[in-house]
Design a protein around this ligand. Structure first.
Ligand code: HEC
Length: 129
């Protein structure tokens, strides 16, 4: 009986520990569409590819287009949401985002948000489950 309890408790501890390791966000509430988007591998992968093929066509390291090098950790979660909610950047205003649909931009936003700077903080209560 005691042994079963120990097995159950260690199983529970292992499970909670695994939960901690995946503390990055699983969803993002979008201000424009007012929908909370639950991340899936498919949408995140798509966001990654769209970011690479569109945004990174200018924002790569050492480019001559005067675009800053950008990667997921260039901004914290809130910062990325502001970029897409307010579309304040020169490139959003001059039509460089024009080919992308609202859903495609939301997927790029999801991918950047999910992997943003300071996403995982083991000392932050909200990251513990
Ligand atoms: C045609 C080239 C081009 C494309 C494509 C492009 N950008 Fe830009 N972007 C620029 C330039 C030029 C600036 C102004 C200089 C700067 O701040 O990097 C800029 C500025 C920015 C900034 C402000 C940088 C900062 O933190 O101060 C962000 C954020 C940004 N772009 C994000 C994006 C995202 C996200 C995409 C894809 C949806 C994208 N850009 C696509 C050229 C581009």
């Amino acid at each position: 009986m005691k042994r079963i309890a120990i097995v159950l408790i260690s199983g529970f501890l292992l499970f909670s520990w695994m939960g901690r390791a995946e503390a990055s966000p699983i969803k993002r509430c979008d201000k424009i569409t007012k929908i909370c988007r639950i991340f899936t591998h498919e949408t995140l992968w798509d966001g990654y590819k769209l970011f690479r093929s569109n945004c990174k066509s200018c924002h790569y390291r050492g480019n001559k287009k005067h675009a800053k090098f950008l990667y997921t950790e260039s901004k914290v979660r809130k910062g990325w949401n502001r970029v897409f909610d307010e579309r304040y950047t020169p490139c959003a205003k001059d039509g460089s985002w024009g080919k992308l649909t609202g859903e495609q931009l939301a997927r790029i936003n999801d991918y950047l948000f999910k992997n943003a700077a300071d996403t995982y903080d083991p000392y932050d209560a909200t990251d513990c489950g």
